[in-house]
Design a protein around this ligand. Structure first.
Ligand SMILES: Cc1cc2nc3c(=O)[nH]c(=O)nc-3n(C[C@H](O)[C@H](O)[C@H](O)COP(=O)(O)OP(=O)(O)OC[C@H]3O[C@@H](n4cnc5c(N)ncnc54)[C@H](O)[C@@H]3O)c2cc1C
Length: 447
């Protein structure tokens, strides 16, 4: 190994941004030790906790990440929050290169008058409940029968799928049984989706629009404010997909979904609870007052939301399509770099760019690496014991699979503490067999 080959690389965050970057660095530097830290005991970030339960095929990308963690010198260190369990400076002192991939995801909130009323929800709270995000006391918000969804991007369409699907659509998924049952005990009947933009410039992927058409028992209407220009092939495709939805005539209609494009909500009215949504703009012929008992905002993410880091004062984390370098030896990738936009494949492309940049910085001598700084084994013993390893995670994973409700692939643990208890149980058994081994993962329990 020469001086221009790093020995120890740390990636903070095990979502797609972190995993793809680590994978690309591993491909180039086969001898380097790579440790991926995550504040949670479970790896894979929003793949596990954001992607909708009825999209299990999307979650399958984790299988390729699993293979990395099973190879030598590629380590998962869950249950370690950088910034609170260990400082970034401490971490940097024992790793040649640190890549921050801590993501950022907090819903942008509605700001129209009346947004404070009961019945106004953010899509993130629903996604969190359905995905069993490990926060104690995370109930499924109460959703009524007349729902207005504000936004028409992919997360808004995730909401529409969720609001219109039935229990049988979740067979072989990992949806939270309680959250789903709570909603399906009284599902929505009328759903109005409001988009400020016309169809041509709305954010939804065409495939996501088409997918809605496969849900039986749902009737759709579509109002649009202006048509796509003839050379806007994507806009035209999206318009065609919505026209196909509007042409569906279900045998029996369980729910009606109205898409209104070019509609701007100006006020939510109600005494304590939502009663209606008022529009300041609407396409010709559309009503400007929509009776509703629930409003779900899905209007994108707050770009300034810091996520779970505590070192934000030191660096400029404004979204950037430029270099991932924050300074020599310190880089960023994923949503932390680009802002909260783009699906999983966009993170792959971006991670390859960042990895290339790191490799060029090191190999050109622009950012040289020195003597072996020690890496994971140079961290305090208490922190190493606290870390949930990949084999610990496999134990958690197996327990979730074993606990699966009928026709589910797993039932996720509800809290971080339960996951750590499972690891603790495993370790206690190991140390009973070998009394020299005393380890504890419970020294920090994340909320
Ligand atoms: C509701 C929703 C649905 C989505 N659905 C899809 C979909 O169907 N298909 C698709 O392709 N894309 C989807 N996406 C987009 C996709 O999830 C993102 O592109 C991707 O997850 C971003 O990756 P990331 O690694 O930057 O961030 P994340 O996935 O958020 O990963 C960040 C990781 O960092 C960890 N972390 C944070 N702070 C710290 C810290 N201080 N110390 C240690 N670890 C830390 C977190 O625990 C997390 O595991 C969806 C996104 C959302 C929000």
């Amino acid at each position: 190994m020469n001086a221009q080959t790093p020995r120890r690389i740390a990636v903070i965050g095990s979502g797609p941004g972190g995993c793809f970057t680590a994978q690309a660095l591993r491909r180039h530097w086969k001898d380097a030790e790579i440790t991926i830290f995550d504040r949670l005991a479970a790896p894979y970030g929003l793949i596990r906790y954001g992607v909708a339960a009825d999209h299990q095929h999307t979650k399958a990308v984790t299988r390729q990440f699993d293979r990395n963690f099973l190879s030598d010198d590629f380590r998962f260190a869950g249950n370690v929050e950088v910034g609170s369990d260990i400082s970034l400076a401490e971490l940097r002192s024992v790793f040649d290169i640190v890549v921050l991939a801590t993501g950022r995801w907090r819903d942008r909130a509605l700001t129209v008058p009346g947004s404070h009323l009961d019945g106004v929800l953010v899509s993130g709270d629903i996604v969190n409940a359905l995905n069993t995000v490990p926060r104690p006391n995370l109930p499924m918000p109460s959703i009524g029968e007349r729902v207005v969804v504000v936004g028409a991007g992919n997360v808004a369409l995730d909401m529409v799928r969720f609001l219109t699907k039935t229990a049988s659509d979740y067979v072989d998924s990992d949806v939270s049984p309680e959250a789903l049952a709570s909603y399906l005990s009284r599902p929505a009947r009328e759903i109005t989706v409001l988009s400020r933009s016309p169809i041509a410039s709305a954010k939804a992927d065409v495939a996501m629009v088409r997918e809605l058409g496969k849900i039986p028992g749902v009737a759709f209407t579509v109002a649009n404010s202006s048509s796509a220009a003839e050379d806007n092939s994507l806009g035209l495709k999206r318009e065609a997909a919505f026209a196909d939805l509007a042409a569906i005539e279900p045998d029996e209609t369980r729910a009606v979904v109205r898409f209104v494009f070019g509609a701007t909500p100006s006020r939510i009215r109600g005494t304590d609870h939502v009663e209606s949504v008022h529009l300041s703009e609407a396409p010709a012929g559309e009503t400007s007052v929509i009776p509703a008992d629930t409003v779900i905002s899905a209007i994108g993410f707050d770009v300034n939301a810091p996520g779970h880091w505590h070192y934000a004062e030191e660096y400029d984390f404004a979204p950037s399509d430029g270099p991932g370098r924050l300074e020599c030896g310190l880089y960023r990738a994923g949503w932390l770099k680009r802002g909260p936009v783009g699906a999983i494949p966009a993170n792959r492309a971006d991670a390859h760019q960042v990895a290339k940049e790191i490799i060029a910085d090191v190999e050109s001598g622009r950012c040289p690496v020195g003597d072996d700084p020690g890496g994971f084994l140079a961290l305090p013993e208490s922190l190493r014991c606290q870390a949930v390893s990949f084999s610990d995670w496999q134990h958690i994973d197996a327990a979730e699979v074993a606990n699966a409700e009928p026709s589910r692939i797993r039932t996720k643990f509800k809290t971080h503490a339960e996951m750590l208890d499972t690891v603790e149980g495993l370790r206690t058994n190991v140390s009973a067999a070998n009394p020299q081994t005393i380890v504890s993962s419970r020294s920090m329990v994340k909320g």
